[in-house]
Write a protein that binds this ligand. Sequence first.
Ligand code: FPP
Length: 238
Amino acid sequence: MEEDYKIPTHVGIILDGNGRWAKEKGLIRSAGHKAGYEALRKLVRYINDKGVKVLSVYAFSTENFKRSEEEVSYLMNLFLKVFKKDLAEFNDNNVKVLFSGRKEPLADDVWEAMQEMEKTTENNTGLILNICLNYGGQAEIVDATKKIVDKVLNGEISKEEINEELFRQNLYKDLPPMDLMIRTSGEVRISNFMLYEIAYAEMYFPKTYFPDFDEKEFDIAIDVYNKRDRRFGGIKNK
Ligand code: FPP
Protein backbone atom coordinates (compact mmCIF):
# COMPACT_ATOMS: atom_id res chain seq x y z
CA MET A 1 0.00 0.00 0.00
CA GLU A 2 1.26 3.50 -0.82
CA GLU A 3 2.50 5.45 2.16
CA ASP A 4 0.11 8.36 1.73
CA TYR A 5 -2.94 6.14 1.18
CA LYS A 6 -5.69 7.83 3.17
CA ILE A 7 -8.38 6.12 5.17
CA PRO A 8 -11.28 8.54 5.68
CA THR A 9 -12.15 9.30 9.30
CA HIS A 10 -15.91 9.51 8.78
CA VAL A 11 -17.72 7.57 6.07
CA GLY A 12 -21.47 7.85 5.44
CA ILE A 13 -23.53 5.36 3.47
CA ILE A 14 -27.06 5.72 2.12
CA LEU A 15 -28.10 2.07 2.05
CA ASP A 16 -30.08 2.14 -1.19
CA GLY A 17 -31.30 -0.48 -3.64
CA ASN A 18 -32.57 -3.22 -1.33
CA GLY A 19 -35.96 -3.23 -3.02
CA ARG A 20 -34.55 -3.40 -6.56
CA TRP A 21 -32.08 -6.12 -5.52
CA ALA A 22 -35.00 -8.23 -4.29
CA LYS A 23 -37.20 -7.49 -7.31
CA GLU A 24 -34.48 -8.57 -9.74
CA LYS A 25 -34.28 -11.88 -7.93
CA GLY A 26 -38.07 -12.33 -7.88
CA LEU A 27 -38.14 -11.84 -4.10
CA ILE A 28 -40.28 -9.60 -1.89
CA ARG A 29 -38.85 -6.24 -0.76
CA SER A 30 -38.36 -7.48 2.81
CA ALA A 31 -35.87 -10.07 1.55
CA GLY A 32 -33.85 -7.16 0.18
CA HIS A 33 -33.80 -5.43 3.55
CA LYS A 34 -32.71 -8.63 5.26
CA ALA A 35 -29.89 -9.08 2.74
CA GLY A 36 -29.01 -5.39 3.18
CA TYR A 37 -28.62 -5.86 6.88
CA GLU A 38 -26.37 -8.92 6.39
CA ALA A 39 -24.21 -6.85 4.02
CA LEU A 40 -24.00 -4.09 6.61
CA ARG A 41 -23.02 -6.50 9.35
CA LYS A 42 -20.07 -7.80 7.31
CA LEU A 43 -19.09 -4.30 6.25
CA VAL A 44 -19.02 -3.06 9.84
CA ARG A 45 -16.48 -5.73 10.76
CA TYR A 46 -14.35 -4.91 7.72
CA ILE A 47 -14.51 -1.13 8.14
CA ASN A 48 -13.64 -1.48 11.82
CA ASP A 49 -10.51 -3.45 10.88
CA LYS A 50 -9.58 -0.84 8.25
CA GLY A 51 -9.32 1.88 10.87
CA VAL A 52 -12.23 4.09 9.80
CA LYS A 53 -13.32 5.95 12.97
CA VAL A 54 -16.98 6.65 12.21
CA LEU A 55 -19.50 4.96 9.91
CA SER A 56 -22.88 6.69 9.60
CA VAL A 57 -25.61 4.73 7.87
CA TYR A 58 -29.05 5.87 6.73
CA ALA A 59 -31.23 3.02 7.95
CA PHE A 60 -34.63 4.75 8.03
CA SER A 61 -35.63 8.28 7.15
CA THR A 62 -38.55 10.16 8.68
CA GLU A 63 -40.10 9.98 5.17
CA ASN A 64 -39.80 6.15 5.13
CA PHE A 65 -42.84 6.03 7.44
CA LYS A 66 -44.85 6.79 4.27
CA ARG A 67 -44.09 3.30 2.91
CA SER A 68 -46.65 0.50 3.18
CA GLU A 69 -47.55 -0.59 6.69
CA GLU A 70 -46.22 -4.04 5.86
CA GLU A 71 -42.77 -2.75 4.87
CA VAL A 72 -42.50 -0.34 7.83
CA SER A 73 -43.49 -3.03 10.26
CA TYR A 74 -41.03 -5.51 8.68
CA LEU A 75 -38.20 -2.99 9.06
CA MET A 76 -39.13 -2.11 12.66
CA ASN A 77 -39.18 -5.79 13.58
CA LEU A 78 -35.86 -6.31 11.81
CA PHE A 79 -34.34 -3.42 13.80
CA LEU A 80 -35.72 -4.78 17.05
CA LYS A 81 -34.49 -8.27 16.34
CA VAL A 82 -30.97 -7.31 15.28
CA PHE A 83 -30.52 -4.74 18.03
CA LYS A 84 -31.20 -7.49 20.54
CA LYS A 85 -29.58 -10.40 18.74
CA ASP A 86 -26.41 -8.74 17.50
CA LEU A 87 -25.72 -6.50 20.47
CA ALA A 88 -23.17 -8.97 21.86
CA GLU A 89 -21.42 -9.27 18.49
CA PHE A 90 -21.03 -5.50 18.09
CA ASN A 91 -19.83 -5.30 21.66
CA ASP A 92 -17.30 -8.12 21.19
CA ASN A 93 -15.92 -6.28 18.16
CA ASN A 94 -15.43 -3.13 20.28
CA VAL A 95 -17.94 -1.20 18.11
CA LYS A 96 -19.61 1.80 19.76
CA VAL A 97 -23.18 2.15 18.51
CA LEU A 98 -24.92 5.52 18.39
CA PHE A 99 -28.31 6.51 17.01
CA SER A 100 -29.28 9.76 15.32
CA GLY A 101 -32.91 10.72 14.87
CA ARG A 102 -36.15 11.65 16.61
CA LYS A 103 -38.11 9.46 19.01
CA GLU A 104 -41.64 10.11 17.67
CA PRO A 105 -43.30 8.00 16.22
CA LEU A 106 -40.98 5.09 17.00
CA ALA A 107 -42.48 2.38 19.20
CA ASP A 108 -41.22 2.25 22.79
CA ASP A 109 -39.68 -1.21 22.44
CA VAL A 110 -37.60 -0.12 19.42
CA TRP A 111 -36.52 3.07 21.21
CA GLU A 112 -35.60 1.15 24.37
CA ALA A 113 -33.52 -1.36 22.38
CA MET A 114 -31.69 1.60 20.80
CA GLN A 115 -30.96 3.13 24.24
CA GLU A 116 -29.77 -0.23 25.51
CA MET A 117 -27.42 -0.67 22.57
CA GLU A 118 -25.91 2.79 23.10
CA LYS A 119 -25.50 2.19 26.82
CA THR A 120 -23.93 -1.26 26.50
CA THR A 121 -21.38 -0.13 23.93
CA GLU A 122 -20.65 3.37 25.26
CA ASN A 123 -17.12 2.62 26.49
CA ASN A 124 -16.02 0.77 23.35
CA THR A 125 -13.08 2.33 21.53
CA GLY A 126 -13.35 0.81 18.03
CA LEU A 127 -15.51 1.96 15.13
CA ILE A 128 -18.37 4.33 15.97
CA LEU A 129 -21.42 3.05 14.12
CA ASN A 130 -23.89 5.92 13.90
CA ILE A 131 -27.25 4.55 12.81
CA CYS A 132 -29.58 7.22 11.42
CA LEU A 133 -33.05 5.94 12.21
CA ASN A 134 -36.19 8.02 11.99
CA TYR A 135 -33.70 10.61 10.83
CA GLY A 136 -33.94 13.72 8.65
CA GLY A 137 -31.07 16.12 7.95
CA GLN A 138 -33.24 19.26 8.04
CA ALA A 139 -34.89 18.06 11.26
CA GLU A 140 -31.42 17.58 12.77
CA ILE A 141 -30.52 21.21 11.97
CA VAL A 142 -33.84 22.42 13.42
CA ASP A 143 -33.34 20.34 16.59
CA ALA A 144 -29.76 21.61 17.02
CA THR A 145 -31.00 25.19 16.64
CA LYS A 146 -33.59 24.64 19.38
CA LYS A 147 -30.92 23.14 21.66
CA ILE A 148 -28.66 26.16 21.10
CA VAL A 149 -31.48 28.68 21.64
CA ASP A 150 -32.26 26.98 24.98
CA LYS A 151 -28.60 27.22 25.99
CA VAL A 152 -28.53 30.93 25.15
CA LEU A 153 -31.81 31.56 26.98
CA ASN A 154 -30.65 29.81 30.13
CA GLY A 155 -27.32 31.64 30.07
CA GLU A 156 -25.13 28.56 29.39
CA ILE A 157 -23.63 30.22 26.32
CA SER A 158 -23.77 33.68 24.76
CA LYS A 159 -25.05 34.40 21.26
CA GLU A 160 -21.51 35.46 20.25
CA GLU A 161 -20.17 31.98 21.01
CA ILE A 162 -22.34 30.40 18.29
CA ASN A 163 -20.17 29.36 15.36
CA GLU A 164 -19.93 26.44 12.93
CA GLU A 165 -18.04 24.24 15.40
CA LEU A 166 -20.46 24.85 18.27
CA PHE A 167 -23.36 24.16 15.92
CA ARG A 168 -21.81 20.84 14.88
CA GLN A 169 -21.37 19.85 18.52
CA ASN A 170 -25.10 20.36 19.08
CA LEU A 171 -26.25 18.02 16.32
CA TYR A 172 -27.74 14.67 17.39
CA LYS A 173 -24.24 13.29 17.93
CA ASP A 174 -20.92 15.15 18.22
CA LEU A 175 -19.09 13.53 15.29
CA PRO A 176 -16.24 14.68 13.04
CA PRO A 177 -17.25 16.12 9.63
CA MET A 178 -17.94 13.50 6.96
CA ASP A 179 -15.07 12.76 4.54
CA LEU A 180 -16.71 10.31 2.15
CA MET A 181 -20.41 9.89 1.37
CA ILE A 182 -21.46 6.79 -0.55
CA ARG A 183 -24.93 6.18 -1.98
CA THR A 184 -25.38 2.77 -3.52
CA SER A 185 -27.76 1.79 -6.35
CA GLY A 186 -26.90 4.54 -8.84
CA GLU A 187 -29.23 7.22 -7.44
CA VAL A 188 -27.47 10.58 -7.36
CA ARG A 189 -29.27 12.37 -4.52
CA ILE A 190 -28.62 13.29 -0.91
CA SER A 191 -32.22 12.70 0.26
CA ASN A 192 -31.85 14.70 3.50
CA PHE A 193 -28.86 12.70 4.79
CA MET A 194 -26.55 14.51 7.26
CA LEU A 195 -26.84 17.87 5.52
CA TYR A 196 -24.61 19.73 7.98
CA GLU A 197 -21.95 17.01 8.19
CA ILE A 198 -21.44 16.50 4.43
CA ALA A 199 -20.33 20.10 3.73
CA TYR A 200 -16.91 19.02 2.35
CA ALA A 201 -17.48 15.28 1.89
CA GLU A 202 -16.39 13.58 -1.31
CA MET A 203 -19.39 11.94 -2.99
CA TYR A 204 -19.39 8.49 -4.55
CA PHE A 205 -22.38 6.90 -6.27
CA PRO A 206 -21.69 3.27 -7.26
CA LYS A 207 -24.36 1.43 -9.28
CA THR A 208 -24.23 -1.62 -6.98
CA TYR A 209 -27.35 -2.33 -4.92
CA PHE A 210 -26.58 -2.23 -1.22
CA PRO A 211 -26.95 -5.99 -0.53
CA ASP A 212 -24.09 -6.55 -3.02
CA PHE A 213 -21.90 -3.77 -1.60
CA ASP A 214 -19.16 -5.92 -0.07
CA GLU A 215 -15.57 -5.52 1.15
CA LYS A 216 -14.25 -5.32 -2.42
CA GLU A 217 -16.74 -2.58 -3.30
CA PHE A 218 -15.72 -0.67 -0.18
CA ASP A 219 -12.05 -0.88 -1.19
CA ILE A 220 -12.95 0.60 -4.58
CA ALA A 221 -14.71 3.48 -2.78
CA ILE A 222 -11.55 4.15 -0.77
CA ASP A 223 -9.47 4.06 -3.98
CA VAL A 224 -11.82 6.60 -5.56
CA TYR A 225 -11.55 8.77 -2.43
CA ASN A 226 -7.74 8.63 -2.63
CA LYS A 227 -7.80 9.89 -6.22
CA ARG A 228 -9.83 12.96 -5.29
CA ASP A 229 -8.06 16.24 -4.64
CA ARG A 230 -9.64 17.65 -1.49
CA ARG A 231 -9.17 21.39 -1.20
CA PHE A 232 -11.81 22.48 1.33
CA GLY A 233 -12.34 25.67 -0.68
CA GLY A 234 -8.62 26.47 -0.79
CA ILE A 235 -6.26 26.42 -3.76
CA LYS A 236 -5.07 23.36 -5.67
CA ASN A 237 -1.92 22.03 -4.00
CA LYS A 238 -0.44 19.95 -6.76
C1 FPP B 1 -33.47 1.74 0.95
O1 FPP B 1 -33.61 0.80 -0.10
C2 FPP B 1 -33.28 1.04 2.20
C3 FPP B 1 -34.02 1.20 3.33
C4 FPP B 1 -35.15 2.13 3.45
C5 FPP B 1 -33.74 0.38 4.53
C6 FPP B 1 -32.27 0.16 4.80
C7 FPP B 1 -32.14 -0.71 5.95
C8 FPP B 1 -31.28 -1.75 6.05
C9 FPP B 1 -30.30 -2.16 5.02
C10 FPP B 1 -31.23 -2.50 7.29
C11 FPP B 1 -30.22 -1.86 8.16
C12 FPP B 1 -30.33 -2.39 9.48
C13 FPP B 1 -29.79 -1.82 10.57
C14 FPP B 1 -29.92 -2.51 11.83
C15 FPP B 1 -29.06 -0.53 10.55
P1 FPP B 1 -34.96 0.81 -0.91
O2 FPP B 1 -35.91 -0.09 -0.21
O3 FPP B 1 -35.44 2.21 -1.07
O4 FPP B 1 -34.53 0.19 -2.26
P2 FPP B 1 -35.17 0.54 -3.68
O5 FPP B 1 -34.87 1.99 -3.92
O6 FPP B 1 -34.43 -0.36 -4.60
O7 FPP B 1 -36.63 0.25 -3.58
